[in-house]
Design a protein around this ligand. Structure first.
Ligand code: HEM
Length: 154
């Protein structure tokens, strides 16, 4: 008895066939019926959580492009990697410039790896409280900078 009191009444809305227009796009139909728009992503102010999430996707895509480019280059280029390394040496870039360039290449991998470990920890059910999501987020950013710096100095 107590359960039936909590049930909401549901009524079916009959839509006459005449109200559907042939070849009408999804957006045109929504406009014609003056339907409300769902809140869009852009109404949210940037937060650490969403920024790290989108960066994880961005770095994942960048790494995929990088791995494909390196693989295809290895298959198709006439010279081996040592030749290209000596071309870069021939540019006589300063140690600082070289380290900065290496850091820029290393950072997406460092970020994606550190945040990937954070994701895998979540998958085990840990660090899922909002405070922990933030603290692991800040820690991960620190770890990713340290990791990229170590890789850049090798
Ligand atoms: C060259 C190496 C890598 C490439 C090309 C790569 C690529 C990608 C791509 C394309 C995605 C999907 C992103 C999205 O749609 O949001 C992804 C997700 C993921 N990556 Fe990687 N990844 C690499 C290395 C790693 C490493 C080293 C780790 C962890 C130690 C890792 C952990 C993850 C995890 C956990 C996800 C899923 C995140 C989620 O649940 O949304 N990845 N990766």
């Amino acid at each position: 008895m107590a359960q039936t009191q909590n049930l909401r009444e549901v009524s079916m809305k009959v839509v006459p066939a005449a109200s559907t227009v042939k070849n009408e796009t999804f957006f045109d139909k929504n406009n014609r019926l003056q339907r409300e728009m769902s809140p869009h992503l852009t109404i949210y102010k940037p937060q650490l959580t969403s920024m790290l999430s989108i960066t994880h996707r961005g770095t994942g895509i960048a790494l995929t492009a990088g791995v494909w480019a390196l693989g295809l280059a290895a298959l198709t280029s006439p010279q081996d990697i040592a030749n290209y390394a000596s071309v870069i040496e021939g540019l006589h870039l300063s140690a600082g410039t070289l380290t900065a360039l290496k850091f820029m290449i290393a950072y997406p991998l460092a970020f994606h790896t550190a945040n990937g470990v954070r994701h895998l920890l979540w998958d085990t059910g840990r660090f899922l409280k909002i405070k922990e999501v933030y603290s692991t987020g800040y820690a991960m950013v620190g770890v990713s900078f340290a990791l990229a710096a170590i890789l850049a100095m090798l």
